[in-house]
Design a protein around this ligand. Structure first.
Ligand code: GDP
Ligand code: MN
Length: 389
């Protein structure tokens, strides 16, 4: 789950990490009041779930009431397109007005989970302010990684090394170290998967401030944090994300392939993709319908798969346990009729009510081939793919 910048900054504040004074607003009425409060020197920032807002015209330093008002008017209610959003962009429902800071230096600081070392890692760069992806391309030596121990946290000597890497001045080392420790605590306590502060700045009057903040919470742990769950902003999701979220489906789009894969369970998804490749094809995506499934969920799942224009054939691989095969079959038939889909299906169904499921599919007059097992499905897939060439 993604938090907005203003929500992330509130969380940072709760852990005593300094952020600029600011207000989040969703209408223009209060712009003048806050600009006056900041003595006509403020930054206005679109609150949208994407990075790269600065370059895309979603962040601006303003120095007068009229400039502030005009910029806010041009942002609110409009879609902001950045290099991360796709051409439609994301709607700006809120903006943040902050007191402007006088920047001396910009630093990059983030914490993520690195699966290859099964630990949280702190990533820093002395080149803050620019996209970390660009830094890693242009000057990879400027990015430093510090592995933390999931049991012990960050040792003092590692923090000292970070201070050295970032050339933190002597008089700010204590404060900076405290910020890193607090950030780590925040990361662990809130089940974060990412905290990124870019830039963390040292101001001309020698203060350290988190000027930007991006926090993601682990979706599988967010139930442990009801107050964070409340911060979820569904307006920022794409229609596809909203649909997968609503029906608790796991959908992954893959590059190049033509086979849409509908499965139940992550292990089965892996096996299904192996099978697809073994048959000489590439999966276009996979959609895991999870353990339990009703008709409505299957209809949504089917629609999501055919929404992907790369899909030329659908492979359904179902090991029916709690999810009953007849329910899944009924859902597939309904969705296929509703959408007038012409995409052929290869179906393997075993487990609970699989015979009923297969007979529903076979009697549906749809372009459905039922396979007796995975190997059989692979053979059919092979024929279909080579036959279509
Ligand atoms: P992003 O582009 O979405 O990452 O948005 P940021 O919040 O990081 O803002 C982009 C850039 O605007 C920052 O890297 C800063 O260089 C600049 N910026 C943001 N706030 C201030 C501020 O208060 N003072 C100054 N001088 N620059 C700012
Ligand atoms: Mn930023």
């Amino acid at each position: 789950m993604n938090l907005h910048e203003y929500q992330s900054k509130q969380l940072l504040s709760d852990y005593n990490i300094p952020t600029p004074n600011g207000y989040v607003i969703s209408s223009l009425e209060l712009v003048k009041k806050y600009i006056a409060e900041f003595e006509n020197s403020a930054v206005i920032k679109a609150q949208v779930h994407t990075g790269g807002r600065g370059k895309a015209g979603g962040v601006k330093m303003v120095t007068s009431e009229i400039e502030a008002y005009n910029f806010a008017e041009n942002l609110l209610g409009k879609n902001l397109v950045t290099h991360q959003t796709g051409s439609k962009g994301i709607k700006v429902n809120q903006i943040l007005i902050e007191e402007a800071s006088k920047i001396e230096r910009e630093i990059y600081l983030s914490i993520i989970i690195d699966n290859t070392v099964s630990s949280p890692v702190i990533i820093t760069s002395i080149e803050g302010g620019m996209d970390i992806e660009d830094v890693s391309k242009l000057m990879p030596e400027k990015i430093k990684t510090t592995i933390c121990s999931p049991l012990l946290g960050i040792s003092n000597y590692k923090i000292r090394q970070i201070c050295k890497d970032l050339e933190i001045p002597e008089n700010l080392k204590n404060e900076f170290s405290q910020i890193v420790l607090s950030l780590y605590k925040l990361f662990i306590k809130n089940d974060c998967t990412l905290i990124e502060i870019n830039p963390l700045v040292i101001t001309k009057d020698e203060k350290i401030i988190a000027l930007d903040a991006k926090i993601n919470i682990d979706d599988d742990a967010v139930f442990r944090h009801p107050s964070l769950k409340k911060l979820e902003d569904k307006s920022q999701m794409s229609p596809l994300e909203a649909l997968t979220n609503k029906y608790d489906l796991s959908y992954v789009k893959l590059e190049k392939g033509k086979v849409g894969c509908m499965v139940n369970g992550a292990g089965l998804a892996m096996a299904t993709m192996d099978l697809t490749k073994w048959a000489g094809a590439e999966p276009a995506n996979f959609l895991d319908i999870g353990g339990s499934a009703n008709e409505e969920k299957i209809i949504a799942a089917f629609k999501i798969i055919i929404e992907d224009k790369d899909v030329e054939i659908i492979l359904v691989n179902l090991f029916a346990g709690i999810a009953r095969a007849d329910v899944v079959a009924t859902g597939i038939v309904k969705a296929s009729k509703e959408t007038s889909s012409k995409i052929p299906l290869v179906v393997v169904m075993r487990g609970t009510n699989s015979e009923e499921g297969l007979s529903i599919l076979n009697n549906s007059n749809l372009d459905i081939i039922s396979a007796s097992d995975l190997e059989h499905a692979a053979i059919i897939l092979k024929e279909k793919i080579s036959g279509g060439k």
